[in-house]
Unconditional design. Structure first.
Length: 291
């Protein structure tokens, strides 16, 4: 989409989808919460019974073009990866073809921004070539948060995220293509007129959001700060995979308020299509206007 975004162009690059029981993913959501969400949420597939409801989760990247730069935000799960969880194990998806459909091949990407280093956000950083993991985007600079890089480098974390660190992060570093940065940094031009990162710790220690603006509304790529529209109604309930649940909820509340106040266009990593929209204040916390 463009238009309201001025000189920014953003396209979704889809990898796949899954479904998670509501009470596992966001425990404590009620029937009433779902009824409130249904007043503005377009989907007909989500049950109003909180005990039976399933969250539909999309897995996608975003391709942003600004000033002639092709910028990829997050890189999904990747193909051929050995994972300790079935939803990411040895996938064979059409993600590269979908990227081509959005107008770019691997050699055309200039910048890769990972909102955090979970397995479903770094997988296409590398691909299997002659039995080795090599950077998928050889002409790009990859930007990783220092806090996440250090955290996921420890041996004690979940197996699938450790596996992703080994095969999808370290090969990029070893190839000399990684920029390991602080969580608040400008990566193109300047703040409010370029692309910059903001600390969003909680879901992971080094989670960031990516902000972009070039002559129109702000665009914000939130990674896993919010997974599903129900979290606009209940931002106070942790998502099951939040590393620090209290910090994740506080970060989500802060960023949703910020988006509502500055009319940003939000590009969620995991909302069902069409995902982009604007956050609105509502009687029950927030609502969402899909674009």
């Amino acid at each position: 989409m463009s238009g309201d975004l001025g000189k920014l162009e953003v396209k979704s690059v889809r990898e796949g989808e899954g479904r998670i029981p509501m009470q596992f993913a966001v425990p404590g959501v009620t029937d009433d919460d779902l009824s409130v969400m249904k007043t503005w949420y377009w989907s007909d597939e989500l049950s109003l019974d909180a005990q039976a409801a399933l969250l539909r989760i999309e897995v996608r990247s975003y391709l942003m073009n600004v000033d002639g730069l092709n910028v990829l935000v997050d890189t999904c799960c990747g193909n051929d990866k050995q994972r300790s969880v079935p939803w990411a194990h040895r996938l064979q998806t059409q993600w590269l073809q979908n990227l081509a459909g959005a107008g770019c091949g691997p050699d055309d990407i200039h910048l890769v921004l990972c909102t955090h280093l979970h397995a479903d956000h770094v997988g296409w950083n590398t691909r299997l070539e002659d039995g080795r993991w090599v950077p998928t985007f050889p002409n790009a600079r990859y930007v990783f948060s220092r806090k996440d890089f250090e955290f996921f480098g420890r041996q004690t974390h979940e197996a699938h995220n450790r596996e992703a660190y080994v095969d999808s992060v370290l090969p990029v570093v070893e190839a000399g293509l990684a920029d390991i940065v602080d969580s608040d940094v400008c990566v193109h031009r300047e703040i409010e007129d370029g692309i910059w990162l903001e600390d969003a710790a909680g879901h992971s220690p080094g989670s960031v959001v990516v902000w972009a603006r070039r002559g129109g509304s702000r665009a914000v790529f939130m990674g896993d700060i919010i997974h599903h529209p129900i979290q606009l109604v209940r931002p106070d309930i942790p998502f099951f995979a939040d590393e620090n649940p209290a910090a994740a909820c506080a970060t989500r509340q802060r960023l949703l308020e910020q988006c509502a106040d500055n009319e940003s266009v939000l590009f969620p990593a995991h909302f069902p299509d069409p995902a982009a929209g604007r956050v609105r204040r509502a009687e029950r916390n927030f609502s969402y206007g899909f674009l």
